[in-house]
Design a protein around this ligand. Structure first.
Ligand SMILES: *Cc1c(COP(=O)(O)O)cnc(C)c1O
Length: 272
């Protein structure tokens, strides 16, 4: 990074709850093109190759008609926060045989069976109990799953994810679960209009990854950093995100309050 020109990319959180609804394939195509263009521009600012950033469209709360439009616009892997909702969509759209699902929200052990059956990726691993339950169910299904360890980089007690200082010990236990392929870390940044504080969450995740990469079991890869959503993905990319999870900027604002997904009391101001 050029020290003479500090990055001052703002968040897009002022758009939160205001993103227009995508109601046609053309709407989805336009929104996807816009997000891809912003990804490319953010990469350019820091000299990264845009092909090293994967866009994961997030379809949570959106109905089947909306998901089918996104599919027609080219989406083949969609992120869902709730395992049950994801499973229902997978079943309802089984005719779209090349549509895959990434579960990006908290998992309880009693839902591990669902995820083991249909998901391609699970991004919110933060306990050995869940790792054990998932591994057992995956072995039974004869499947493997790409997983990301979720790290709490914002320090908010209400957020899921491991505290950064517990991650090293956690990683050492994971090779025992042979159906889990550890790909990297996932985080949710502080939800704040103060871009610098948001950026610090992403920096923390990257630095943790760089540090822990020196000394991890050979079965584990930490190549991927899943960080950034509609309001902050450009900042996340500047700090090394390889996956950005973008919902509202592609699908439109949600009518369900975010508190439903992040059991939090955070000072986020008006949400949806
Ligand atoms: C909903 C969600 C996103 C996407 O949020 P948007 O504001 O819709 O872009 C990203 N990550 C997780 C874990 C989510 O639950």
């Amino acid at each position: 990074m050029n020290a003479d020109a500090p990055l001052e990319t703002p968040t897009l959180h002022d758009q939160h709850g205001r993103w227009p609804q995508a109601e046609s394939v053309a709407d989805f195509r336009r929104n996807l093109a816009d997000v891809h263009a912003r990804i490319a521009t953010a990469c350019l600012r820091v000299g990264r190759d845009p092909t090293h950033v994967r866009l994961l469209p997030v379809s949570k709360t959106k109905d089947e008609a909306s998901v089918r439009l996104s599919y027609a616009a080219g989406c083949r892997l969609l992120g869902e926060n709730k395992p049950q909702e994801a499973y229902q969509k997978w079943e309802a759209m089984a005719d779209l045989t090349d549509l895959q699902w990434s579960v990006i929200g908290h998992l309880q052990t009693n839902k591990a069976k669902l995820v083991a059956r249909f998901a391609t990726e699970f991004q919110a691993l933060d306990s050995l109990r869940v790792a054990e339950a998932l591994d057992r169910r995956l072995q039974a299904e004869g499947r493997a799953l790409d997983v990301f360890v979720q790290v709490n980089t914002s320090g908010e007690a209400s957020k899921y994810g491991l505290p950064p200082d517990e991650v090293a010990t956690f990683l050492k236990a994971l090779p025992a679960f042979t159906a889990l392929r550890v790909r990297g870390f996932m985080t949710l940044a502080l939800f704040s209009a103060e871009a610098e504080r948001v950026r610090q969450c992403f920096v923390l995740l990257r630095e943790l990854r760089d540090r822990l990469s020196q000394d991890i079991p050979g079965e584990i890869s930490l190549d991927e950093l899943s960080m950034g959503m509609s309001g902050d993905y450009e900042i996340a990319i500047e700090e090394g995100a390889t996956i950005v999870r973008v919902g509202q900027a592609i699908f439109g604002a949600r009518s369900t309050p975010d508190a439903h997904y992040w059991p939090s009391t955070v000072e986020h101001g008006p949400r949806c």
